[in-house]
Design a protein around this ligand. Structure first.
Ligand code: PRP
Length: 183
């Protein structure tokens, strides 16, 4: 049975849009002159972010998607990341930008970067909308980060809670309403 909850706004749609404009300016500077940048969205959480980001990148781009899933096992720090859906295109010799919604423990991004680097792209960089550095279990860092956030349960703008709330236009935090706040 699901617990009742409300969502408190953490980052507004307007702030997200402004931050994406700034990120896109930096990304364009790095990849200016590229033949065709392959922008790789990590499913499912990045689908909203990648849609807004690529529309701010007036560079020649190709959009592709990768779906990874991470499974915890006995020790948190040795999670297994599996690829559920691979890229459609080849990235050898190409410029690649990986787009992630959130870096939490870092296992997903680390695995994906290592996998894509093994295909020998010309350049590979990563942009994550949200970063929770306090949760990191492995050493990985995105080249661009939209917002650093505390260790709170976030939803919206592509990110789900039990497959719900991905369609919220803002980022919010989940607050359960079946517990009493002792204030
Ligand atoms: C979430 C998120 C990142 C990953 C980050 O994906 O979208 O890809 O977890 O976690 P990590 O840094 O601890 O590896 P999730 O597996 O929930 O799938 P989804 O994108 O389909 O929601």
């Amino acid at each position: 049975m699901s617990r009742p909850y409300v969502i408190d706004e953490l980052i507004s749609a307007k702030s997200i849009a402004a931050r994406i404009e700034a990120l896109a300016r930096e990304i364009k500077t790095k990849f200016r002159g590229t033949d065709k940048l392959v922008v790789v969205g990590l499913l499912r959480g990045s689908f909203v972010f990648i849609a807004d980001l690529v529309r701010e990148l007036d560079l020649p781009v190709e959009v592709d998607f990768l779906e990874a899933s991470s499974y915890g096992n006995s020790t948190e720090s040795s999670r297994e990341v599996r690829i559920l859906k691979d890229l459609r295109g080849e990235i050898g010799g190409r410029d690649v930008l990986v787009v992630e919604d959130i870096v939490d423990t870092g296992h997903t991004l680390k695995h994906v970067i290592s996998l894509l680097n093994s295909r020998e792209p010309a350049r590979l960089a990563c942009c994550a909308l949200l970063d929770k550095p306090s949760r990191r279990e492995v050493d990985v860092k995105a080249d661009w980060i939209g917002f650093e956030i505390p260790d709170e349960f976030v939803v919206g703008y592509g990110i789900d809670f039990a497959q719900r709330n991905r369609n919220l236009p803002f980022i919010g935090t989940v607050r359960f309403t079946d517990t009493q706040d002792e204030t």
